[in-house]
Design a protein around this ligand. Sequence first.
Ligand code: SF4
Length: 107
Amino acid sequence: MSAIWSPTKADRELGRAVRNLDAVGVRTPCVSSPDGGAWLSENPRQRAKAAGRCHGCPVFADCDAAATAGRVVFGVWAGRDRTIRRRKKKDKKPGNQRKLTTERTER
Ligand code: SF4
C-alpha cells in the first residue's frame, strides 16, 4: 500500500528550518499569528491578507521551495495564495470547454 503523501526533500528542509527557528524561540508568522487559520482559510480575502504577512518570514525561501516541489494546490505558502479555483458551473456549457481548466490565484 502506498502513502497518500510523502514529504519531498524540500519539505524536510522546511521542517528542519522551522525546528531550528523554534529551538531559538522564533516562530513563523503563520504559526505565531492568532489568526493562523487564515493561511488555510476557505475565504480568499483572508488568504490574501495572510499572504501579505509572509514577507519577512525567516523560512520564506524554504517555504516557497516546499510549495513548489510539492505542487501544493491550497493555502498560502511563501506569500502566495496557491489555491486553485475551479470555474463556475456556467463555464461547463458547450463552447466554454477551454474555461474548464483550473486557474491558480496569484497575489
Ligand atoms: S513563508 Fe511559509 S512558513 Fe513563513 S509565514 Fe508564510 S506560509 Fe508560514
